[in-house]
Design a protein around this ligand. Structure first.
Ligand code: HEC
Length: 162
């Protein structure tokens, strides 16, 4: 190895070391205060045995703020667009399915630069009714891995329904 190559390789190695922790410690996703007054996009019931059952079994409602509603219609999401996945127990009985306890609140917030490691979306989960008990510890990589199948719609599964 010549002396001119060495400094370049050393700085590349350093950059690789720094890049990993930066990705993991991207800006924390804020709890989506007031989301129950946002727009309701859709609902779904997931039974045990479904591929998403662990951890998403139950009934969930998806809420969007104004910029995300616009994004659903245009296909382009401005920074600050937020999706909320409000997951409740699905209580079956008396020939009906009703909402039970809240299991978790999943959040996706658009920040093209802030969250570039995960497709420009910050992912977080809040346990039950907690506003500070966070469930995501890998910078959102696990969430993003599955949402990657929706690359054609900016990693969003939900579709616009008038
Ligand atoms: C194994 C696949 C999978 C994983 C892992 C996953 N999701 Fe999702 N996510 C989905 C699917 C499928 C939907 C659409 C649900 C529906 O149609 O009601 C969805 C929808 C969402 C939505 C509503 C916006 C959209 O894309 O429709 C949010 C918010 C969300 N997920 C957050 C998360 C968070 C936070 C994590 C990680 C803690 C996560 N997801 C992990 C499959 C996944």
């Amino acid at each position: 190895m010549t002396r001119t190559q060495f400094p370049f390789l050393a700085s590349a190695a350093l950059a690789a070391l720094v890049a990993v922790p930066l990705g993991v410690f991207a800006e924390p996703v804020a709890y989506p205060e007031g989301y129950r007054h946002w727009h309701h996009a859709k609902s779904m019931v997931i039974h045990d045995g479904h591929p998403l059952a662990d951890p998403f079994a139950g009934i969930h409602h998806i809420y969007v703020n104004d910029p995300a509603l616009e994004g659903l219609q245009t296909g382009r999401y401005a920074d600050g667009s937020v999706f909320v996945f409000d997951l409740l127990e699905a209580d079956a009985g008396d020939e009906a399915i009703t909402e039970g306890e809240r299991k978790l609140v999943g959040v996706m917030v658009k920040g093209a630069e802030t969250y570039r490691e995960t497709g420009g979306w910050g992912f977080e989960g809040f346990a039950g009714d907690s506003r500070d008990q966070r469930l995501v510890s890998d910078g959102g990589q696990g969430c993003f891995a599955c949402h990657q199948s929706q690359a054609d719609s900016d990693y969003v599964f939900t579709r616009w329904r008038p």
